[in-house]
Write a protein of this length. Structure first.
Length: 257
């Protein structure tokens, strides 16, 4: 008999995960896991810790307590991360083609050139997001929707098994949103693990089978219809209204007074 089958897409587990800013937790004691090939929305009110959670999974933030656990020892190399547009400097004079090419940086290397094969991949990725012929344009000349299409094209070149998206459809037009949602569905069909921070509950109900509902603490995590219930949404609102930004640091579980 052969060895145990290991999925090429890793499972990601959160174990008692707490993340704090200036000793004030933004995420409290979250436990659960993202199954390989799952499509999950992270939702909750403003300030709920959604982006904090995503950045901790990526490795941009360090847990105060607990950990992010993965089947793969090389999780960071298997992740593709799309931050919020507001965090990206578009003033740098770079072309659309060069921006998309950055998705293939592992193949290009620090000093390597862009091969003919990678150039073909860039052309194909831009066509896939509806920007055929845009390669030589400056990113500074693009609308918000066009720029988001460029960033999705860059994700296509990364070809990562795990994709993390932070508010990918905020402040873009409806047509772009529909086109990019179709691309997310395509990735899901390819058994990639996709985790997205979102605000539109109707959008989540329609397109995302799994939901993690967060209000700094975990309210629900599982099938979307079972998580986005009136009872859970009421708990979410009450918890957000009760937040105390001056509250003392939350002690570790098992050692509370």
């Amino acid at each position: 008999m052969g060895g145990e089958f290991v999925s090429p897409v890793p499972a990601i587990r959160l174990e008692n995960l707490t993340v704090a800013y200036d000793r004030h937790p933004a995420v409290h004691h979250v436990d659960g896991h993202f199954a390989p090939g799952s499509l999950t929305a992270i939702v909750g009110p403003n300030g709920a810790g959604k982006s904090t959670l995503l950045k901790t999974i990526v490795g941009l933030l360090t847990p105060t307590e607990g950990r992010v656990q993965c089947d793969s020892a090389n999780l960071r190399r298997q992740l593709a991360y799309l931050p919020q547009q507001a965090e990206i400097d578009r003033s740098f004079p770079i072309t659309v083609g060069d921006t998309v090419a950055a998705g293939a940086w592992r193949d290009i290397g620090a000093l390597g050139g862009v091969s003919a094969a990678i150039r073909r991949s860039i052309t194909e990725a831009l066509a896939a997001v509806g920007l055929d012929g845009f390669a030589r344009r400056s990113i500074g000349s693009l609308s918000a929707g066009q720029f988001q299409r460029v960033l999705f094209a860059r994700l296509l070149l990364q070809s990562a098994p795990v994709i993390l998206l932070d508010e990918p459809f905020t402040a873009i037009d409806a047509r772009t949103t529909a086109d990019l949602l179709a691309l997310v569905q395509r990735w899901h069909g390819e058994s990639k693990t996709i985790i997205a921070v979102l605000h539109d509950f109707d959008q989540v109900r329609q397109y995302f089978p799994q939901t993690l509902l967060l209000a700094r603490q975990l309210i629900g995590w599982g099938p979307t219809a079972q998580v986005l219930t009136p009872a859970n949404l009421l708990v979410m609102r009450r918890m957000s209204e009760a937040w105390d930004e001056e509250a003392p640091f939350c002690p570790p579980q098992g050692r509370r007074a």
